[in-house]
Design a protein around this ligand. Structure first.
Ligand SMILES: Cc1cc2nc3c(=O)[nH]c(=O)nc-3n(C[C@H](O)[C@H](O)[C@H](O)COP(=O)(O)O)c2cc1C
Length: 167
């Protein structure tokens, strides 16, 4: 899939089949995280791979807005160091890179940020100095996806007239 097509059709999907994502694809997703650029190339992030069902269930129980993660094939917890003012930008970039890399192989995903922090830190042994920035869950979609996005058309109105007429 070309890069634009991948971005244009990727949806955040929360329902998955029980099919396991193959190791080669999982490694591509993780490598995409490692290869993402970070502010001042500081690479302050840490990633925790969650891939067995009991740990995915634990992850769901420690979340407030991502209970769907229980049915994922695997998930990645993205930790970033808040001493860097830009750490949340880095977290967002790494999450998106992983999602796009996965979608290229037909693997869908979604992210969540709502967590029960105390429980989460205890269950996944998170170091005190790192922020639990975003969690990404991956799996095969349980249905054929439309590829259509619900986005504001009004955001195109900021385009100059000569570009707008080509849409
Ligand atoms: C910063 C950020 C935080 C998000 N947090 C959650 C979340 O906590 N739980 C969830 O189910 N989805 C979460 N999402 C997913 C959004 O709801 C999703 O990206 C948006 O609805 C667009 O989805 P679409 O690309 O499938 O149209 C989050 C997305 C972003 C970018």
């Amino acid at each position: 899939m070309d890069a634009y097509q991948c971005i244009a059709t990727k949806l955040d999907q929360r329902e998955f089949t029980s099919r396991t994502v193959p190791t080669e694809v999982k490694l591509k997703v993780l490598e995409s995280a490692r290869l993402t650029g970070s502010g001042m190339n500081s690479q302050h992030w840490r990633f925790i791979l969650i891939q067995n069902h009991s740990n995915l269930r634990r992850l769901a129980e420690a979340s407030t807005t991502g209970t769907w993660v229980e049915n994922c094939s695997f998930a990645v917890i993205v930790l970033t160091n808040p001493k860097h003012g830009f750490h949340m930008i880095d977290a967002g970039r790494v999450a998106q890179d992983m999602q796009i890399a996965a979608w290229n192989y037909g693997v869908t995903s979604c992210v969540f940020t709502g967590i029960r922090e105390e429980r989460f830190r205890k269950d996944f042994n998170i170091p005190k100095d790192l922020n639990i920035s975003i969690i990404v869950g991956f799996g095969y979609p349980d249905r054929k996806l439309s590829g259509k996005k619900n986005r504001k058309a009004s955001q195109r109105t900021c385009l100059p007239r000569n570009l707008r007429k080509h849409i």
